[in-house]
Design a protein. Structure first.
Length: 445
């Protein structure tokens, strides 16, 4: 049996408390009791060591847990602040959008609106949520048109609907709605509402202007026809009467009187040409013809054959012979014909040289018509395109002053440009652009 000399001071504090409380002093000194106390003391000591180690471990774990909790709190705070900042920024972005961002439930009740709703309609967002969207729309918008948009099969469809604002004004909204789903279930619609009042108003005015323009054009055509008929009939009568009178008194006519009759018929012919010119000008650019594909050179060849002159005529063609254009053939013919005619009519040389050419500029063509005439002073480069304006007296050169005006009018209709290059005494070149639809070399077809 192992014995230890234990004194009361060497016992474990818990054991000392029990000895004092329950064990008489004489019994505590008994050898057998000494062994028992030794075992109990050892158990208390081991327990105390384990407890100390446990306390140390708990203290360390508690410190680590505290640090982790503090770090988690910091991260959570940062994430909360970031989320709040993101939410604020998103709210600012959504609030600054001029279009209304809208959500509806399946029954068409408003479940989300941004601030643009109040800016456009005047209705507060808070009091509008939960209300039926149809309640803000007059008939028939609140019926058939909106019902079509709320049909699942019309995903992405857009419609223009009227809405009555809080102050009773009528506005137009461009409405685009698409269904949205959660867990595979259709729960509502999301989309945008745009204020298109200005666009609809402009379109309405444009339609009205178009109708007015069509009516005015029809009246102009009728007026031109009536004027042509009412003026040409008396002119033909005057011309016929002058011829009959001249035939009846042919034996009596002498130099000056005969010249007067010739001058009279010349004036009648000029007046008839002027009337025809006015008719041509009134119709220029408004006679819509079907576009067709043709070789540019074939058109110019036809024009070359149509001119006959008293003076020798040299007609030069420049440009790719195989270039094809898709255009209104009649309009392009009118332009080239008038420019060539102008170059011949005012030519002061013994031999007339005319050059017609074209260049492919990528998205358009550039045509040019040149002559070897007297040239046109730069101060008259705009005036010559004004109707009835001529640079020479009509008694010197017979002209109505309409041809170049027709050219300018047709090109304006096409949003094309025309310019003049001239060298006084050597000649003039007119250059104009023409829009290209389909142009290609037929050798590559």
């Amino acid at each position: 049996m192992q014995t230890f000399e234990l004194t009361e001071t060497s016992y474990h504090r818990l054991l000392k408390r029990q000895i004092r409380k329950s064990l008489p002093p004489e019994l505590a000194e008994h050898p057998d009791m000494q062994d028992f106390l030794l075992a109990v003391n050892q158990a208390y000591t081991e327990y105390q060591d384990d407890l100390t180690r446990m306390e140390l471990i708990l203290e360390q774990s508690s410190g680590e847990l505290f640090k982790a909790n503090r770090e988690l709190s910091r991260v959570a705070q940062e994430k909360t602040e970031e989320a709040a900042l993101t939410s604020k920024r998103l709210e600012e972005v959504v609030g600054s959008i001029s279009e209304v961002l809208v959500q509806l439930d399946r029954d068409g009740n408003l479940t989300y609106l941004n601030q643009a709703w109040e800016s456009i309609t005047g209705y507060p967002v808070a009091s509008s949520l939960g209300q039926s969207f149809a309640g803000f729309l007059p008939q028939p918008e609140s019926g058939g048109k909106l019902a079509e948009l709320l049909n699942n099969e019309t995903q992405g469809k857009e419609e223009t609907l009227r809405i009555i604002t809080v102050d009773g004004q009528e506005k137009w909204l461009g409405v685009s709605l698409s269904p949205y789903y959660a867990n595979g279930q259709h729960i509502g619609f999301t989309g945008t509402l745009s204020d298109v009042t200005a666009r609809v108003t402009a379109e309405t005015k444009l339609k009205s202007y178009t109708r007015d323009l069509e009516r005015i054009n029809a009246e102009l055509d009728q007026f031109a026809y009536v004027v042509s008929h009412d003026l040409k009939a008396p002119l033909r009568a005057i011309n016929n009467l002058s011829e009959w009178i001249e035939e009846d008194i042919a034996d009596m006519l002498e130099g000056e009187t005969k010249d007067q009759f010739r001058l009279l018929r010349g004036r009648v012919h000029r007046m008839e040409n002027l009337i025809n010119g006015i008719l041509s000008y009134s119709r220029a650019g408004r006679m819509k013809t079907v576009k067709e594909k043709f070789l540019i050179k074939s058109l110019v060849d036809e024009l070359r054959e149509s001119f006959s002159t008293k003076k020798p005529l040299s007609f030069r063609i420049e440009g790719e012979a195989t270039t094809e254009i898709e255009a209104e053939r009649i309009a392009l013919t009118q332009i080239l014909q008038n420019l060539i005619s102008n170059g011949i009519k005012y030519n002061d040389k013994d031999e007339i040289n005319i050059t017609v050419g074209w260049k492919d500029l990528g998205n358009q063509f550039e045509f040019y018509v040149g002559d070897n005439g007297p040239g046109i002073s730069p101060e008259f480069h705009e005036r010559i395109f004004v109707i009835f304006q001529t640079l020479q007296a009509r008694d010197e050169v017979e002209s109505t002053g309409v041809g170049l005006a027709i050219v300018k009018k047709i090109l304006d209709e096409k949003h094309s440009q025309i310019r003049i290059e001239t060298v006084m005494g050597e000649g003039t070149t007119f250059l104009f652009t023409w829009p290209k639809n389909e142009a290609k070399d037929i050798e590559h077809v």
